[in-house]
Design a protein around this ligand. Structure first.
Ligand code: HEM
Length: 470
């Protein structure tokens, strides 16, 4: 048994943990809305404390919101903890058992190659593609502003992140920003909601009964597979003439040649698909949340604009990678948006063997949910924690007035997000382009947190108005 906290006495049984009362058979399922799962669990954590139990049907789920324990669990992967077996099997059924869903030696092998391929495709290499894509987004928004159209912000941002990620992954200019009609992004949109539903379902009904939504997913996966396979074929042909890799898939193909590492075609598809999914929603929704806060705090918007003007004027958008590194206020602002609205507000894993957790015996395979957002919004870690205050990230005080170990928007430990630098570069580039060129007006009210594997701002619609001349 792994000990996560020394205790003098015999560990208690998980069934003795506090938690909301439930019903026979369904447990607490009737009290949970899966599109708001993180909010329901955060509310219960306020009542039941840093370790409590809920029941998803017959299964116990242990919910942790203690910073030090969360850190330790994340760091002890993959030996002592793993992503859930349900996630792995659901991802496998969807042909997506890539680095995000793999475990043990499979994960180690894939992680090494994927992380190296993301490095190899270095941000400098793909930066011109990012600049070009940001310019297309600017033109799209300019046209919407000229027509006075309402902009569905996250949908536009997803076209942006898909274009950037396809460029990064395959060296292909997908240009979904300027292409009408069906685009790969519409197929990708189908995957996360179903993944979220299936991972949390008490019973794998879809293995016995195909609902219309399951058939829609099958068709979406077929289309993604077809598109990805075509892109992989193109990469192979390119490698035959120019062996030096120029993008993620080519870097994977090159690594396979070097190491004879036994990556199968299915794993190449799974990792290319994983990259598209992991890079799309997360980055688009994080940017969306930052824009939401720009509308809440005009004074911060103005300060961001002044910073960007200083760095890039008279240009309309960022032109060099160097400029993205000179935006401390935008970074502080975005950190604060990610602290309060992380797109991954809760992480899920399970112990590989029985463990003791804060004095409780947690059997192997028990689902453990970690409320990482809750920790980043607690007074003990961040002074005046509910206040949106970018300044806290700029303060030079020593010791720091807050505990950065409670801020985990990209995870922690060996499975820390390998795309974080790429993501942050995209976010800086888009936010700088936005504040430099447009004023933002909210359309309607009621922006809400919704969870569909990632947490996104539902109802985030805006009107963009060209910036008045100085
Ligand atoms: C703001 C944007 C993003 C956020 C907030 C984010 C967040 C995360 C988080 C929380 C994890 C889980 C980490 C853990 O288990 O400790 C993760 C994993 C991962 N992310 Fe990201 N991510 C973002 C963008 C990206 C991008 C742009 C890419 C690729 C281009 C990417 C690729 C991955 C991959 C491959 C994994 C799986 C790593 C593994 O299991 O070893 N992510 N990300």
């Amino acid at each position: 048994m792994t000990l996560l906290q020394e205790t003098a006495s015999t560990p208690s049984d998980v069934r003795d943990l506090p938690g909301p009362g439930g019903l026979p058979i369904v447990g607490n399922l009737h009290q949970i809305r899966f599109s708001r799962l993180h909010l329901d669990l955060e509310k219960w954590a306020d009542r039941y404390g840093p370790l409590f139990r809920v029941r998803f049907g017959p299964s116990d789920v242990v919910v942790v919101s203690d910073r030090a324990t969360i850190q330790r669990l994340l760091v002890q992967r993959p030996q002592a903890f793993r992503r859930t077996r349900r996630l792995e099997s659901v991802a496998k059924e969807m042909r997506l058992r890539g680095v995000f869903a793999a475990e043990g030696d499979d994960w180690r092998r894939q992680r090494r190659i994927v992380a190296a391929a993301l490095n190899r495709a270095r941000i400098e290499d793909f930066f011109p593609h990012l600049v070009m894509t940001a310019e297309r987004l600017r033109r799209r928004w300019q046209q919407a502003a000229d027509r006075g159209d309402t902009v569905d912000l996250c949908s536009d941002l997803m076209r942006f992140t898909v274009d950037v990620t396809i460029g990064l992954a395959f060296g292909i200019d997908a240009n979904t920003l300027e292409t009408p009609g069906p685009v790969i992004q519409r197929h990708l949109d189908k995957v996360f909601p179903v993944l979220h539903r299936r991972v949390n379902a008490p019973f794998p009904y879809w293995r016995y009964l195909r609902m219309p939504s399951d058939r829609i997913l099958d068709r979406a996966l077929d289309s993604i597979e077809e598109e990805v396979n075509t892109m992989v074929r193109t990469a192979r042909e390119h490698m035959a003439t120019k062996p030096e890799p120029t993008n993620f898939v080519e870097a994977i193909l090159a690594a396979l040649e070097d190491e004879g590492s036994g990556f199968t075609d299915a794993e190449i598809f799974a990792n290319a698909g994983t990259l598209l999914l992991a890079g799309e929603d997360t980055t688009a929704n994080s940017t969306g949340w930052a824009v939401h806060y720009f509308m809440q705090y005009p004074e911060h918007f103005e300060r961001a604009r002044q910073e960007v003007d200083r760095i890039i004027a008279p240009a309309q958008a960022i032109e060099t990678l160097e400029q993205t590194k000179q935006l401390p206020f935008i970074d502080a602002f975005n950190n604060e948006a990610m602290r309060l609205k992380p797109v991954a507000p809760l992480h899920v894993l399970e112990p590989v063997s029985d463990v003791e957790l804060m004095g409780y015996h947690v059997p192997r395979g028990t689902t453990i949910m970690m409320l990482v957002r809750r920790e980043a919004t607690r007074e003990e870690h961040f002074v005046d924690a509910d206040r949106f205050d970018p300044e806290r990230w700029l303060a030079k005080d020593k010791p720091s007035p807050h505990d950065p170990r409670a801020f985990l928007p990209f995870g922690a430990g060996p499975r820390l997000c390998p795309g974080r630098n790429i993501a942050l570069t995209q976010i800086r580039t888009v936010l700088a382009m936005l504040v430099r060129n447009f004023d933002i007006r909210p359309v309607g009210t009621g922006v809400e947190e919704r969870l569909a594997f990632t947490m996104f701002p539902a109802n985030l619609r805006v009107r963009l108005v060209p910036r008045p001349p100085a």
